[in-house]
Design a protein around this ligand. Sequence first.
Ligand SMILES: Cc1cc2nc3c(=O)[nH]c(=O)nc-3n(C[C@H](O)[C@H](O)[C@H](O)COP(=O)(O)O)c2cc1C
Length: 324
Amino acid sequence: MSDQLPSKDVDVLLSAAVAAPSMHNTQPWRFEVEGHVIDVYVDGSRALPAEDPTGRAMRIAAGAATFNLRCAAESLGYGTWFGLAPYPRDEPDLLARIVIEPTADQDDELRDLARQIPHRHTDRKPSDDVPLAEEARVELMQAAYAEGAGLTWLGEDEVRTVLDLILDTDLREIHDWHRSAERSHWVGGERTADGIPSSALGPRSATYPSAVRDMATRPTDRVRQKTTFETAPDIAVLSTDFDAPTDQVAAGAALERVLLTATRAGISASFLNQPLEYDDLRRKVQALTGRPGHAHMIIRFSHHRPHTGTARRPIADFLPKEPT
Ligand SMILES: Cc1cc2nc3c(=O)[nH]c(=O)nc-3n(C[C@H](O)[C@H](O)[C@H](O)COP(=O)(O)O)c2cc1C
């Protein structure tokens, strides 16, 4: 085995990693490659201090990137060993260390999921009112479980409560200028490297509150086309038993495993995370699942297949700068 991963393999691995979802498409990760080890760090310069003051969303994004990296490694014929947040006290920014080595013992499921990475996009369009098949729900629960998280489907009453919590969040946000300034920095317009372009916002909902998060901040986006969203959305909550940094990174890996599994089944997803950005409402969301734990994502699944993605920065941006 050579001492270094071939650079074309590193390109494939990192391109897969950065295709992961991140809040507002901030892409808050950076990588260091040494021999056959890839370290995934959080990039504090991409933080969202108003909407994600504790950095939980950044750790979820890094966990999702780590999962993509593992899938891509399998697609190249490697196997992986990994540790999440291995040195939380001494190196809190190091969120995953992945050892990538040739193996005869491939993970076929991860190799298969790697094919879905370019097709997964957040889909903020309405779905039909046809509920997801029970087999699909169970498969998505198993995907979360495989990465150490839980996915709980909400019943009609709980979905109504989530919509009430969304209303509650919107009322709190009305006068929160820090949040709206931060969001308008990242959302709207044409975006060629990061952030959410207007084209990915989807239509406005004709009813309120509804099972879609309207991320619009700009006057032109606020008057975009309106449409009706499904009346009985398929919503699930992704949670972990504990809430340490490692659990948040694991939640990100579970999120991406769920999303890639869904993509393979022709199911797309968007997120209604606004109540999770307030500790008291986050506890209420977790209570709706009927289990102890910590909610990380409120996911709305739909039968729609998205075609438009969001841009990513060039890979060189995520690596240490060469000395000049
Ligand atoms: C932790 C986290 C929180 C997110 N919260 C929301 C949200 O509340 N509403 C939403 O529409 N999208 C949300 N997203 C999705 C991102 O906006 C999306 O991943 C990003 O814009 C990149 O686009 P893509 O998923 O299509 O690649 C979230 C993503 C992550 C990882």
